[in-house]
Write a protein that binds this ligand. Sequence first.
Ligand SMILES: *Cc1c(COP(=O)(O)O)cnc(C)c1O
Length: 432
Amino acid sequence: MHDFSYRDGVLHCEGVALTELAARHGTPLYVYSARTIREHYRRLDAALAGLDHRVCYAMKANSNLAVIDLLAREGAGFDIVSGGELFRVLKAGGRADLCTFAGVGKTREEIEFALQEGVYSFNVESEPELAFINEVAGVMGRKAPVALRVNPDVDAQTHKYISTGKSHNKFGIGIDRILGVYEQAAALPNLELRGIQTHIGSQILETDPFVEALGKLAPIVAELKARHGIKFFSIGGGVGIIYHGTLASGSSDWWESGTDPKRIGFDDYAAAIRPLLEGLGLKILLEPGRSLVGNAGVLLTTVLYVKQTPAKSFIITDAGMNDLIRPALYEGHHEIVPLREPSPETPVRNVDVVGPVCESGDFFAQDRPVADLSPGDGVALLSAGAYGFVMASNYNSRRLPSEILVDGSRAEVVRERQTWDDLVAGEKIPGR
Ligand SMILES: *Cc1c(COP(=O)(O)O)cnc(C)c1O
């Protein structure tokens, strides 16, 4: 699942020692493995061989220009959710005509930009949005390619904040109304009905919810092809990754690791969905985010203090919830491992690993057994490559961390750490 492992007692990313990166660039520091990202993309692509498909990386998971560039070179398209993400694709040299534009709240400015640049499809989430895109396209004298996002009303069996395919979620158009809304859309002169889209949630660790959703949708998709000549079916992303025991390998294949009892590989996923898609005669789009980049990144941090209270031991690190919010936001789990491999004799203690931010929610682990740590020790929070840096903020006036991309034995800074001047850039005091 990833290319992070101990070598000679030091945690490495591919051929690079993470202790050296932490010393040279400081912490908190995000480090990504290019080989891991490429390998994930290639394995997913290969698992779908023989099916007419395109992988549109959901770049909201990790939108660093270097990551976009890497996946664009592999032939990926992109699933974007804002004008800013389209701007990033273009900056990185990616192609707009391989982009699908998702999201429930597209603005006029964003729609104009996407039409101008020629995105492959707008994935539309409501009737008012359909009408608005039709209006904007009309003013520009264009036809907007659209797909409607259908909400299949299935339970993705994941955390409630990342479940999107139930009827009570804000996403998509209900499966019972979707054919009617396509009829309405067909009557709008400035739209081209190009496809249909669905996405049921994220961090899904079983094939059943995907199979259930696609099984419900397949007849409707076939009907839409017959009625409106749609060209593609985008089945969204959502394949989950392993967050537990990701370093407890025991296998010589760096790909095979993790102790999560529930797991889903690209091969399982492809085998489960292929029979439902093969007969449709449509291009199949996939929008994986987390599964391509999640296990490909770590957040390095340094222990500042070990605080002992009568009730607990706190390991206080120089990274906080502003750098990695997943634990605070959705009870996300990240393995926490020292950069220098602990010896078998190193005592393990139950600790809370917490950041410096002034919030009780600012923790990375609670009552977790962790090898004894001292101030100055470097540690890595694993599986931080997706929904990590992209959700970082300046809360508490903390600078955004730096990002590094490792490829073999090379390590490149792909984002500089912010300066204190960056923190106040654009601010003004009235009258001065
Ligand atoms: C977030 C999102 C994805 C990616 O989800 P992952 O769980 O990261 O694979 C794909 N499609 C849409 C519409 C999304 O909102």
